[in-house]
Design a binder for this molecule. Structure first.
Ligand code: EPU
Length: 431
């Protein structure tokens, strides 16, 4: 297992390019199962989650070829309807195979993914949705079994306690595009990744109205055909790199970002006096040094609200923003595993239910810390970049699930960060 070592306190400078979005790529790859024709997917990020998805698609019988580091060709001439535990447990996003299997094969047998460190991740809305589309659902021996021989369009409501569900919406869309009749989805998620999935499906021949809104009307078609599609840039990686610039008081240009995908972050940065410029091409954002930034209150919400996937990184910035900041997590109220690690670096954070109250200071000190999930790992990297001294981050396989070569990108900006084998850990840090 690798570890990351950061020598903090080095300002960043230069331009860095964002990779394709993990959370767009995974449903897109799953959607290739909706047709027996070949699909070519470009700008796919080179991540372990993508490799897991490729492994599952292959297991199901699809021919999966990686044409180059970021281009995949998938041809699912004939496929099987089972996604087994040994593959699904590696990546909970495997649940986004439910919609394609129901749509294409009218049946699915998918292992339930099990626990998640960021809190409970139920799939009740997915199951209720396919039932409303005429399927029979049974959960037994750790699997969800779906018989969708009676699949037909219907009215679906996808709102849950925390708002709409992103992957649940993706699943219902992918099932409905091949369901006879009309499906109306109310309280659909409208994240940019859902919008992009709809555009890909349209290119495959699907009929979808209301794209980008909370109300979708889908007219089922008999079959879909192959397509070429490019994964949009990762708005969460873009936000992470922008916050890396803020926390180190640096000037950095982030390239390949769609400003319209991160309006909530941009608005919060403006309020917090973290200046940035959207370049005229609307594809680059330059973050300027923010030495007099001020504390703010942030609440995570479904899109277009502030994304939960940037909560940990924003919290790291708050620890180095003098004054009292408050961060409330409305999507995953327990997603604060990074807090105890930030405390080890000298941060002052008190938890009040789903809110972190941060008493920002002027300095963090480098320390050995443990990554617990993908975004928590990113927050620790950001804190390490700004801390005095050396930070060692262990269990960085979490980071590799969702950030393509983050340490190389940060190195190119001048950060002193390196990936090392865990044998390089000082002896007192060995697990
Ligand atoms: N929820 C339910 N019932 C359901 C589904 C969800 O109650 O059937 C709840 C969840 O417990 C949560 C909320 O609804 O409180 C939102 O969950 P959602 O289904 O939208 O999350 P997801 O689709 O499983 C995706 C991303 C996550 C991201 C969330 C929220 C992918 C592969 N994953 O998860 O990404 O945090 O949306 O934006 O798209 C990450 O990249 O680090 C990550 C965790």
């Amino acid at each position: 297992m690798d570890v990351i070592r950061i020598q903090g306190g080095q300002p960043l400078s230069g331009t860095v390019r964002v990779s394709g979005a993990k959370n767009a790529a995974l449903p897109i790859l799953a959607a290739t199962l909706l047709t027996d024709e070949a699909c070519t997917i470009e700008n796919v990020p080179d991540l372990s989650d993508v490799r897991f998805m490729a492994e599952i698609l292959r297991y199901m019988g699809a021919s999966v070829e990686q044409l180059d580091a970021h281009t995949w060709r998938i041809e699912a001439k004939s496929i099987d309807s089972t996604a087994p535990y040994e593959l699904v447990r590696k990546m909970r996003a495997s649940i986004c195979l439910l919609g394609p299997l129901v749509g294409r094969l009218r049946e699915a047998h998918i292992s339930l993914p099990g626990g998640c460190v960021i809190g409970p991740r139920p799939i009740d809305l997915h199951l209720k949705g396919v039932e409303q589309l005429g399927a029979k659902v049974e959960v037994s021996k750790g699997y969800v079994h779906v018989d969708a021989s009676g699949l037909k369009g219907n009215y679906l409501y996808l709102g849950g306690r925390q708002g709409s569900t992103v992957t649940g919406t993706a699943n219902m869309i992918m099932a409905a595009v091949l369901a006879p009749g009309i499906t109306r989805i109310e309280s659909a998620a409208c994240e940019p990744e859902i919008v992009d999935l709809c555009h890909m499906l349209e290119r495959m021949g699907a009929r979808i109205k209301g794209i980008g809104s909370h109300y979708l009307k889908i007219e089922g078609v008999d079959r879909l055909h192959g397509c070429k599609h490019s994964v949009p840039p990762d708005r969460i990686e873009a936000g992470t790199l922008m916050l890396a610039a803020v926390i180190t008081d640096s000037e950095v240009t982030v390239e390949g970002v769609v400003p319209g995908h991160i309006r909530a972050l941009l608005a919060k940065m403006e309020e917090a006096r973290m200046p940035c410029t959207i370049e005229p091409d609307q594809r680059r954002i330059t973050v300027h040094p923010a030495p007099d930034r001020k504390p703010v209150e942030v609440i995570t919400l479904p899109h277009p609200g502030f994304p939960t996937d940037l909560q940990a990184q924003m919290l790291a910035v708050m620890t180095l923003t003098p004054g009292l900041s408050i961060l409330t997590e409305r999507i995953y109220p327990n997603r604060f595993m990074h807090v105890p690690e930030l405390l080890r670096m000298g941060a002052q954070i008190a938890m009040e239910g789903p809110s972190a109250v941060v008493n920002g200071t002027n300095r963090l000190s480098g320390a050995p810390v443990m990554a617990s999930d993908l975004r928590a790992s990113a927050a620790l990297v950001l804190a390490g970049l700004a801390a005095e001294g050396e930070t060692w981050i262990q269990r960085i396989y979490h980071l590799d699930r969702g950030y393509e070569k983050l340490e190389e990108k940060l190195q190119s900006l001048g950060a002193q960060i390196e990936r090392l084998p865990d044998s390089a850990l000082p002896s007192d840090l060995l697990e």
